[in-house]
Design a protein around this ligand. Sequence first.
Ligand code: DC
Length: 230
Amino acid sequence: MAEQKNIITIDGPSGAGKSTISKLLAARLHYTYLDTGAMYRVVGLQVERAGLDLEAEGAREDLVQLLAGLDMTLAPGEEGKETRAFLNGEDVSDAIRTPEMAMVASRVSAQAEVRKKLTEMQRTIGKNGEIVAEGRDMGTIVFPDAMHKFFLDASPEERAQRRQKQLAENGQKVEFQEILAQIQKRDRADSGRSLAPLQPAEDAVIIDSSEMSIDEVVSFMLAAVNKKQQ
Ligand code: DC
């Protein structure tokens, strides 16, 4: 397949700033922003609500059935806010953003049936291009022919610090060590799974944002995109 010029992928671990940066980049380019983590979180919520034990016998059939009836929609978040998500028409935007749901999402994302279904949905959303797709496997699996691939990283300590600040701004006081442990646990789960593990695509530009501001990262990406498109 020919390179997909107007598809930009941004992969990386949790807390590296992907959402904020992807959203800003999409706005600058007038592209659609696709938050694929929100999709895994919605499926996680549905699995949780259905009381489905993924380890149980016959769970695969139940999961397939659940996915067949999946009624999920995403909508852009307001300025500075994350993507809004709806499950069966219900606004679940807040329900999917808890640390517990992050872990559930990580767990369901290791299931082949879930990945297949969401990969298909993501490709459908991206079929006309002009998209900034953010996640763990955007450049490796979902859009392997994307012309612009970035892998956004930052040290676990830096990511934990940013998360702690973000939580504090929302009035939540959480210990640094607790956040760091959660981040490291999810890193291990997302990188260690056999299906579509978190890893940079071979042709991805790797950016360590530990010492960079959001604006610096966005400018760097825009420059890289413009250079390639000339
Ligand atoms: O980006 P996030 O924290 O909202 O993602 C939640 C989980 O979903 C993450 O821990 C792993 C999974 N995920 C995935 O496996 N593939 C993606 N493309 C996006 C998210």
